[in-house]
Design a protein around this ligand. Structure first.
Ligand SMILES: *[C@@H]1O[C@H](CO)[C@@H](O)[C@H](O)[C@H]1NC(C)=O
Ligand SMILES: *[C@@H]1O[C@H](CO)[C@@H](O)[C@H](O)[C@H]1NC(C)=O
Length: 212
């Protein structure tokens, strides 16, 4: 009995905090966006929060390769830079994409500093134009791109449902996953030219100004 008296206020407190500000977690959506619901209406695409840092996991594959990497990314549209710190099979690397320096066909200036296997050797630095797997999205990429709502889905590394949005990014079909607060939790794309599939998931995301 004594236990019950102590335990009840704790449960009551948990219930209260779970009900507070349901949108604050970014996982709450109205019934009008549920597929096959009678009052479905495609929602307006949201503006995205594009300046953030996040843990990520990415898998890229095609007929000849399968590349899975994990690490930490800084997206800074205010500086036109993306920095990707990645680990892959004992290799550590930092990759900077400078979106102020791009080619007409969409290649991006990339500086890749690789620290090699442990114990650390001299880092090697490579620089050149590449097709980036880490697009620097603008806030209005979904509204300006006339994004089509792709339904609510679950992703592996975030809790609850997120909205999926389909756009063409240059000539590449991209699905962007966004929580109810406009925070991107990942993106998938298929590159028709290179016959390549890439899926990227974000978690441990912190929105706000970043130092690249
Ligand atoms: C895979 O490798 C073969 C043989 O080198 C090549 O002809 C083909 O274009 C490659 N496919 C892709 C998607 O890179
Ligand atoms: C632009 O990027 C290319 C490819 O990485 C590089 O060679 C060139 O020096 C860069 N230009 C400027 C002005 O930074």
């Amino acid at each position: 009995m004594r236990f019950l008296y102590l335990a009840l206020p704790i449960f009551a407190a948990l219930g209260a905090s779970a009900k507070q500000n349901p949108t604050e977690s970014g996982h709450t959506f109205p019934s009008s966006v549920i597929e096959f619901s009678g009052n479905f209406q495609q929602p307006q695409p949201p503006l995205l929060k594009t300046e953030f840092q996040t843990s990520f996991i990415q898998h890229k594959w095609n007929a000849n390769l399968s590349h899975i990497q994990t690490g930490y990314i800084y997206f800074s549209p205010s500086q036109n830079l993306v920095r990707v710190d990645e680990a892959y099979k004992g290799d550590l690397a930092t990759s900077i994409f400078d979106y102020t320096n791009t080619t007409a066909d969409g290649l991006v200036d990339n500086t890749l500093t690789s620290f090699g296997k442990y114990p650390a050797q001299q880092p090697t630095v490579w620089r050149g134009y590449v097709q980036s797997n880490y697009p620097l999205f603008t806030e209005d990429i979904l509204t300006a791109g006339d994004a089509v709502f792709g339904g609510l889905v679950r992703r592996t590394h975030v809790e609850g449902l997120v909205a999926s949005w389909n756009i063409m990014y240059a000539s590449i079909p991209v699905t962007v996953f966004v929580d109810g607060c406009g925070v991107m939790v990942g993106y998938d794309y298929f590159s028709p030219g290179l016959r390549t599939r890439v899926t990227t998931e974000f978690f441990n995301t912190v929105v706000g100004p970043v130092e690249v």
